[in-house]
Design a protein around this ligand. Structure first.
Ligand code: GCU
Length: 426
């Protein structure tokens, strides 16, 4: 392209962005005013006053609102599902752990849809161990340099830095996300590490559903397109986490009553939703999940619902699109997503430089979930206003604001491990 054409092209691009995207607000003064829906206000107008009423009446209402308007409805556990232990190595990571690779066959068939689980069990243990389960972005082999991990053969987003060429992982992708997965540290604290590549459920792009579990079900149902409240990709990934939990419940090395589900960013949104629909997760951890996750949608700061629907239309259900223009019309907000974890444990983490995810909006969502935890006599954040950076707070609801950028670091993990130790009475 000639120099002039380049400038004309750039000019058009700038005008296009200007027309389609409102400028991102990063100014607290311009957040505007909003009223959060009261999590305790039932649709019949009454106010919830007991834990029983919450569990039996209000919680199902909120869950359904999130299904219908945000993430979409997912199918139940498939009857024919089967677990295939592919290999086990009792001397992985220099003897620290036993590595297992399991294929979950959703239809029970080798050539049907499935996903590959990677499980590390600490060898130093006297009884079944609690576990941290979370999805990864580029294949199981990226979480550790362990040469025994099978390299994912599925589509992955091209990334030189991550060792993904022509949309496939190469040998060099091994351990590329090890900084986000301090596997040894977690194992030494007595927890199992369990992960699955989110692309096993659905490749993360607009057409990805065709090659994923959503497309499979759609074809099975003989339908050509999704209904407005059918599941989006986040619900499909969360469904995968539940299927991983199904496996963990069968593994005698795992204490399935003590499994924490976690995720970073879009996978933090996924973890929150997984924890909402599946109460077998006893801790739910959102790391920098932001808009569509832990951040209050009604707060105009950083990413907006419109931004999400524009850039990632496949993540949410069709009905979510109608809230781009005015998120205040949403019948629920992020504090209620967090409240769905009650009376279990939930942790929300933000980072100072991650303004796109709106750290304050994430804190406020955690804060405004407190009345629901109080119904159970559970103590929330122990903080009236946002704590200073690197000062973790909270009892049943944990929160910290880490110094630094959008990422998940050893610091974040130390807090999650400490929180889990307390939650599980270890
Ligand atoms: C984008 C997106 C966020 C998302 C993030 C991620 O920044 O706008 O909503 O959380 O990607 O997943 O890394």
């Amino acid at each position: 392209m000639g120099q002039r054409n380049l400038w004309v092209g750039l000019g058009i691009a700038v005008v296009w962005v200007g027309i389609t995207a409102a400028a991102t607000n990063y100014d607290e003064e311009n957040v505007g005013t909003y009223t959060l829906p009261n999590p305790l206000a039932k649709t019949d107008g009454g106010i919830v006053t007991s834990a029983k009423e919450w569990m039996e009446q209000r919680r199902p209402e909120i869950l359904q609102l999130f299904e219908r308007h945000v993430y979409g409805r997912a199918p139940d556990r498939p009857q024919e599902m089967r677990f295939k232990i592919r290999n086990t190595d009792a001397k992985a990571l220099e003897g620290l752990a036993t590595r297992k690779e399991i294929t979950v066959l959703f239809t029970g068939k080798e050539d049907g849809p499935g996903m590959d689980l990677l499980v590390y069990i600490p060898n130093e243990k006297t009884k079944p161990v609690p576990a941290f389960l979370g999805m990864n972005f580029y294949g199981n082999q990226t979480i550790s340099g362990d040469p025994g991990i099978t390299i994912s053969k599925r589509w992955a987003r091209a990334s030189k830095e991550m060792g993904i060429e022509n949309d496939r992982a190469t040998e060099s992708s091994r351990g590329k996300h090890a900084s986000r997965w301090p596997v040894e540290m977690i194992l030494k604290r007595g927890y199992a590490v369990v992960t699955v590549y989110y692309g096993d459920l659905e490749p993360d792009h607009n057409e990805g559903w065709k090659d994923g579990i959503r497309g499979y079900y759609l074809r099975q149902q003989g339908k050509a397109e999704f209904a407005p409240d059918d599941w989006g990709a986040i619900a499909a990934w969360a469904w995968g986490l539940s299927r991983a939990m199904d496996y963990l419940a069968t593994d005698s090395d795992i204490d399935a009553k003590h499994v924490a589900v976690h995720g970073h960013s879009r996978l933090g949104k996924t973890a929150l939703w997984a924890g909402a629909i599946d109460d077998r997760f006893s801790i739910v951890i959102s790391n920098d999940s932001g808009e569509g996750g832990a951040a209050i949608a009604r707060r105009n700061f950083g990413e907006t619902v419109a931004d999400l629907n524009r850039a990632f239309p496949h993540w949410f259900c069709g009905a979510y699109k109608q809230y781009s223009a005015d998120p205040a019309k949403l019948p629920i907000d992020a504090h209620e997503l967090i409240a769905l974890a009650a009376p279990r444990f939930v942790y929300v983490a933000s980072a100072t430089e991650d303004r796109w995810a709106d750290p304050k909006g994430e804190f406020l969502a955690a804060k405004n979930a407190e009345p629901v935890f109080a119904l159970f006599g559970k103590e929330g954040l122990h903080a009236d206003s946002m704590p200073e950076a690197d000062r973790p707070v909270g009892k049943s609801i944990g929160y910290h604001l880490r110094t630094g950028k959008h990422d998940i670091t050893a610091y974040d993990w130390e807090q999650y491990l400490n929180f889990a130790d307390r939650a599980f009475g270890r």
